[in-house]
Design a protein. Structure first.
Length: 349
């Protein structure tokens, strides 16, 4: 493990990441993958940065299962490398940001329990890149009910918020309160970092955008959930787009919420996505547009400030998006979707 008490080594880590960034799939690669079968996708991956994982898992899995496990193992290994390279405050900030995968795993388990999904399918979706150890993950997977899963998490950063949200979940019958509680716990953890000073201003801007986009999605989800849950109860502090009261008011009127975003500093980047949301009423497409905007925003800041934590976080987002895109293609092929249908599920800059 890296020395967190030492001096941050941004230049070294950025140089190591630059070489990895060059191996990421591009739009042409995705167009090729969309026209392949799952077996062909696995072979394509075997000739790329996923070779070690595909070869190691090839005797145990095949098809989409092989792709899923190889993707998640590679993602965890890549981020473990970044932590191994990092020192000082850089290590602290990267480790704290990577706890987003603890949040992902919690929400994945909760969704699996909610929809009565088989354990193997839930486990295939887990990304072991946060701080939860194998024992914690196993206990989560062993939980038979959502209440049991929340009990497993009682001594973690998610415990208090999930416990408080459980009553709303029971009364509403939807997962939104629990998912929002997980998101809020994660961003509250990030907010414990001291980001004052000009040197960290770009990272602070990025986190503000990420929190703003999460609040926007949560507000729209609550507005469309048909429940009477107060969005302000699940408001995430740290953004600049909404106050808790504004989110409460705007969530009751999605058209006004969309206009509020359009009039904000994100309006230009999200203009086409906002129009699609209004015309097609597609929350999924809007979420994809937010993800693309955040990716581009982080990439821009990372290029402006290459020797900063933002450059590292930018790569984390790019790698995460690559894995999500490959997974979406493999699942789409397995489900018999047409190429244009699969393409709509991808986030590509």
């Amino acid at each position: 493990m890296s020395n967190t008490a030492g001096t941050s080594n941004h230049e070294y880590v950025t140089a190591r990441i630059s070489s990895r960034r060059g191996a990421l799939y591009d739009a042409d690669d995705y167009r090729k993958l969309i026209r392949m079968s799952p077996a062909e996708i696995a072979r394509f991956m075997e000739d790329s940065a996923y070779a070690e994982e595909v070869n190691a898992l090839g005797s145990r899995f095949s098809g989409v299962d092989l792709i899923e496990y190889a993707l998640n193992r590679n993602l965890a290994a890549q981020f473990e490398d970044i932590l191994d390279w990092s020192e000082g405050k850089l290590y602290d900030r990267v480790a704290r940001y990577l706890r987003k995968f603890d949040a992902w795993n919690v929400k994945t388990v909760l969704r699996g329990l909610y929809s009565d999904t088989e354990r193997e399918s839930v486990e295939a979706d887990l990304i072991r890149a946060g701080e939860f150890d194998d024992r914690r993950i196993t206990r989560l997977l062993d939980a038979n009910t959502i209440e049991e899963a929340i009990e497993v998490l009682s001594d973690t950063v998610f415990g208090d918020a999930l416990g408080a949200a459980y009553e709303d979940y029971e009364s509403s019958g939807v997962l939104v309160p629990l998912e929002n509680a997980v998101d809020r716990s994660y961003y509250e953890l990030l907010s414990t970092d001291d980001l004052r000073g000009e040197a960290l201003s770009e990272y602070r801007e990025f986190l503000e955008a990420e929190i703003d986009f999460r609040n926007a999605i949560n507000g729209l989800r609550l507005a469309r959930s048909g429940t009477d849950i107060d969005p302000a109860e699940y408001y995430i502090d740290g953004g600049v787009l909404f106050s808790a009261e504004q989110l409460r008011a705007l969530a009751q009127n999605p058209e006004e919420l969309v206009q509020h975003i359009r009039d904000s500093r994100y309006g230009d980047e999200l203009s086409s996505a906002l129009t699609e949301l209004q015309e097609a009423d597609s929350l999924v497409a809007f979420e994809h547009a937010l993800e693309a905007a955040l990716l581009e925003y982080a990439d821009t800041l990372g290029h402006i400030h290459p020797l900063s934590v933002t450059a590292v976080v930018s790569y984390i987002l790019e790698k995460e998006r690559e894995v999500d895109n490959i997974r979406a293609i493999a699942r789409g092929k397995e489900a018999g979707l047409e190429p244009d249908e699969i393409e709509q599920e991808l986030v590509v800059l």
